[in-house]
Design a protein around this ligand. Sequence first.
Ligand code: PMP
Length: 357
Amino acid sequence: MSRYFSDRYASLVPYVPGEQPQDRRYLKLNTNEAPFPPSPGVLAAVAEESGRLQLYSDPDARALRAKMAETYGVTPDRVVLSNGSDEVLNFAFMAFASDDRPLVFPDITYGFYPVFAELNRLPYTEIPAKDDLSIDPADYLGGGKKTVVIANPNAPTGLFLPLSEIERIVKDNDGVVIVDEAYVDFGGESAVPLTDKYDNLLVVGTFSKSRSMAGARLGFGIGSPDLIRDLNTIRNSTNPYNVNRMTLAAGVAALTDAAYYRDNCKKIEAAREKTAAELTALGFTVIPSKANFLFAKHPAIGGKQLYLTLKDRGILIRHFDKPRIADYNRITVGTNEQMDTLIGAIRKILNETGGQK
Ligand code: PMP
């Protein structure tokens, strides 16, 4: 820390992204990226748009917002775009949480939420998930002014709360309920249709997972026109050109090529179910997932040990050194071939450590 670093941020502990090592080629199953490349239409759109990089991007992102509106069955004034969904989450925390409307989210969830809260000096409470790591919707009821944040499906568990439960939470709260749907396209059900009915519901989504665009950084928020106007006030006070030209063009092309991505999601869902069954057969406890990852633990090998041993053998998965979940690992679901490699490596490790049931 330099002696110039502001006191405001001196105690900030930044979010730690999953490893992106450059030292060797790994089978990367640690950051929930898609194993499939973007569609040919996306590649062509990016190549074409790159010839116009001398021009700023459209700060109103009209073309992509119109396409989003068509895709999600809303009007364009109900869509805001962001540089990855992390950005719109930060904007939403800034816009809607305050001392009067403190943040509430589960203790086991996306690790960026407490960081955004700290960054913006917002009060927050982490509500313990149940022993099986599921969220009890009742913990988020009781009215009052609070800003609820729920990832659905949740991360890193993959557990999905039915929409009826989300609706109960939205109905019961006087603050904004932010539903982070980063993983909803792998078998969940989106709450976007509920944004018609409730002006305190903000749904956040991303192109990083189901649309193979993690490196392009494209996220979005969908809510009432008033909520979106507030988010634009923050966005236009931060960086009106927050989404670059190539990414805007890629977004339109990705929505046009919906069938390609739907197909990819189906493949990942099938690989997830197959991998979950194989891990269970090897003695793992596997949490039922509606995301493109699995959260699993084994009675004979610690989470950290399995992570380190796999890393040594060229396979990266994600271990969180955190209370309650240190026994687990989060495994991104890739192609069937990638999952076969993973299962083969795990079987070998369990044999070596005498851990196979
Ligand atoms: N929400 C959740 C629950 C996530 O796991 C992630 C991915 N790390 C994000 C949001 C942010 O993704 P992105 O910024 O790439 O859209």
